[in-house]
Design a protein around this ligand. Structure first.
Ligand SMILES: Nc1ncnc2c1ncn2[C@@H]1O[C@H](COP(=O)(O)OP(=O)(O)OP(=O)(O)O)[C@@H](O)[C@H]1O
Ligand SMILES: [Mg+2]
Length: 257
């Protein structure tokens, strides 16, 4: 079997003695789109931040391409791992182009390469070139999220971590951005770990869903398998709502035909 691109080996994180993530073990092969769902405070952000060393595990190891991230240079590591922050977190005083160019600049790319990459990225995430000179507060929420994705992809990472990338958006924009992200994932051959509160979004976009509760990994399965039912009542309840809505909608559409 091919080596996993990301591996968690009995990873725990404690804050003041309290576990935020507890004994998580899992392998993510290259190319997979993985969604992380679970209640607020269940450890989703903590789990993802251990991949790029924004958080260090209290015990256990996280491996990227077979190497323990604890032994890698954080700047080099983050070049290979794009990160879309919870709440996007663009620098408000920097223009769109400057926000997108942060990592390439840190990596000291030549200026013409940086400029060319910004043009390419605006195109990739479907934003007009004219937006390059705007400040973040001159954009809609959905446009800001697109800039966040462009910034995360700037240095051509193999891995994309996204923490609630489409939070606080209307459902239509959210769905469009979700689909655009999945298309980018496929086109660029990324390995994606996306945290979301929206179980339906996770079911429709991801190849695999991780369900967290109280820092533990309660379920790890494909959308299709999760929809067949799950022995854990927390997982079953989480999946049941979108499944019930889908059944109700299809009954409604059937009734109208
Ligand atoms: N820097 C920190 N210091 C202390 N406790 C923390 C810290 N970061 C997270 N925690 C705690 O760890 C637990 C998990 O937090 P985490 O942010 O990973 O949850 P989450 O699943 O991302 O929640 P949300 O859906 O609200 O973003 C929570 O109980 C939280 O209070
Ligand atoms: Mg979070």
């Amino acid at each position: 079997m091919a080596e996993p691109l990301i591996a968690f080996q009995t990873v725990s994180k404690l804050y003041a003695g309290q576990p935020a993530v507890e004994a998580v073990t899992l392998d993510i092969p290259a190319g997979q789109f993985v969604a992380v769902v679970g209640a607020s405070g269940s450890g989703k952000t903590t789990l993802t931040k251990m991949v790029n060393r924004l958080v260090e595990p209290s015990s256990g190891s996280v491996l990227v391409e077979g190497a323990d991230v604890a032994a890698s240079d954080p700047v080099q590591l983050r070049r290979r791992i794009g990160y879309v922050f919870q709440g996007v977190g663009l620098f408000p005083h920097l223009r769109v182009a400057e926000n997108i160019a942060i990592t390439p600049r840190l990596l000291k790319w030549p200026q013409p390469d940086v400029a060319a990459r910004v043009i390419e990225l605006l195109d990739l995430v479907g934003l007009p070139q004219a937006y390059a000179d705007r400040l973040p507060d001159q954009l809609s929420g959905g446009e800001r999220q697109r800039v966040g994705v462009a910034r995360a992809l700037a240095a051509r990472p193999a891995i994309l971590l996204m923490d609630e990338p489409f939070g606080a958006l209307d459902p239509i924009t959210r769905e469009a951005l979700g689909r655009a992200t999945r298309t980018l994932h496929d086109k660029l051959g990324l390995t994606t770990l996306m945290v979301t509160h929206d179980v339906q979004e996770a079911l429709l976009l991801a190849d695999r869903i991780l369900v967290m509760a109280g820092g533990r990994l309660l379920a790890d399965a494909t959308p299709r398998d999760l929809l067949k039912g799950h022995p854990d009542p927390v997982v079953a309840a989480l999946i049941d709502t979108p499944a019930r809505q889908a059944r109700a909608l299809s009954a409604l559409m059937g009734a109208g035909a």
